[in-house]
Write a protein of this length. Structure first.
Length: 436
């Protein structure tokens, strides 16, 4: 098996978007702390380079996540960071699993998403590669006390020509009720997307995975690129269950302008029907945004909040709001990102966004602040955009470099996230905390 390192920001979906990133950066004063620097152990067996992987946090304050590389075979890990007052950072690191531990990596490798946690503390996730057909897996880490046992729930490309999908996206798994913040119940179906595979020139699929007496069964809900010249979108990258029993998401490509779409999947008498809610780059000069790559966020009133990696007034990306109403959905840009310091100093948003109880939006960008920026944590409050932290002010980027997975919120709006590079041990990345 040949290992090809996805260097820096060349994660599969960024490469598909053609996203170009820069290096170096100035800083903003803020309450920033590194909780863990990866590659602290010989040969990075603790993990290395968390790409678009998001964190999840339990009621005790323990953080769970995954790294794309590192571990015993250098193909990724799942880890936990538990509060520990005896540690300098306040957290204790535990590696829960090292991928490619089985012959021919039949357990999967390169975890492409952060984990989902259920009510019993079990973790579920996906890998981009490996499994029985080397096209990725859905896995479970079953918890028993303080230990975890690993099992593959499904290996993709089990059907001829990968009609069941291939290489599940970094957007990860979801479930009905996820938008409310409730943990997964462990018995209902899990849902997700693959950017490749399916019956329409490998345009990707949306899938359902249901547990049963004889294991987990996969069902394809929709094959993308089913309409015209992929006017329904292709290379889907995320899926979210809304409050009506429908699913919404985005594609990186396809649509009328081939710059992606926002879509909805709804049950019908004959299965699932897809409706394009918005074609990206519909406005002149793509001022409405293009190439959406981050998971959507469901607002309190049912609006969808999302980001585009490019497009907008400066072609540096946007934050948008969409009120679903089929082909008559209302779409508006609520913020234009701009790499120049005088207009925000943040560009190319990538990774999940989150919202607090007051409706303020938090996220990360992968570049900005003129030439040489390596990422920003930001807040959008109404129309006011505030960079909360600019990465790489410390020598050798010991504070981290290029956050790709977004942030999650903890108590008192404390933000937790990861960077792809930087840290105290070379370029392994970090887990960070940013306090208001």
């Amino acid at each position: 098996m040949t290992r090809t390192l996805l260097s820096g920001t060349s994660l599969l979906y960024l490469a598909a978007a053609g996203l170009a990133l820069e290096t170096s950066s100035p800083a903003l004063a803020d309450s920033y702390k590194v909780l863990y620097s990866f590659c602290a152990k010989a040969h990075c067996t603790d993990g290395n380079a968390p790409y678009g992987n998001a964190l999840v946090r339990d009621a005790s304050g323990t953080l769970y996540g995954a790294t794309g590389y590192g571990g015993d075979a250098d193909w990724g890990t799942v880890f936990a960071l538990s509060p520990d007052a005896k540690k300098k950072s306040g957290y204790r690191y535990t590696r829960l699993y090292s991928f490619c531990s089985q012959t021919n990596c039949t357990d999967g490798y390169f975890p492409s998403s952060g984990p989902v946690r259920d009510v019993a503390g079990n973790l579920y996730g996906t890998t981009l590669y490996g499994g029985a057909h080397d096209k990725g897996v859905v896995y479970e880490l079953e918890r028993s006390g303080s230990t975890y046992s690993y099992k593959v729930l499904y290996s993709f490309c089990a059907a001829a020509n990968c009609l069941d999908g291939a290489s599940p996206s970094y957007g990860g798994l979801t479930y009905e009720g996820a938008a409310s913040g409730a943990p997964y119940d462990g018995v209902s179906p899990l849902y997700g997307i693959t950017p490749y595979g399916g019956k329409n020139i490998s345009g990707g699929v949306a899938f359902q995975l249901t547990p049963g007496k004889h294991g987990w069964k996969e069902e394809v809900l929709y094959h993308f690129c089913a309409v015209g010249d992929c006017f329904d979108g292709y290379v889907p990258n995320n899926l979210l269950a809304d409050r009506t029993g429908h699913f919404v998401g985005t594609t990186l490509s396809g649509g009328v302008q081939n710059d992606g779409v926002v879509f909805e999947l709804a049950r019908s008498n004959t299965g699932w029907k897809e409706t394009v809610l918005h074609d990206m780059c519909s406005a002149a000069n793509c001022t409405d945004g293009r190439r959406p790559s981050a998971p959507l966020l469901l607002g309190a009133g049912g609006d969808l909040i999302g980001t585009t990696s490019y497009g907008g007034a400066h072609d540096d990306g946007t934050i948008f709001k969409l009120t679903p109403n089929g082909r008559h959905s209302t779409y508006s840009v609520v913020h234009d990102f701009c790499a120049e310091a005088e207009c925000g100093g943040a560009a190319y948003p990538y990774g999940a966004i989150t919202m607090d109880a007051s409706g303020n939006v938090f996220g990360t960008t992968s570049a900005g602040a003129d030439d040489g920026a390596t990422g920003v944590v930001y807040e959008l409050s109404g129309a006011t955009f505030t960079p909360l932290y600019r990465f790489c002010p410390q020598p050798l980027c010991k504070d981290g470099n290029i956050p790709l997975g977004g942030v999650i919120l903890g108590p008192d709006n404390t933000k937790f996230g990861m960077t792809n590079l930087g840290g105290s041990h070379g370029q392994g990345g970090v887990v960070f905390e940013l306090s208001p």
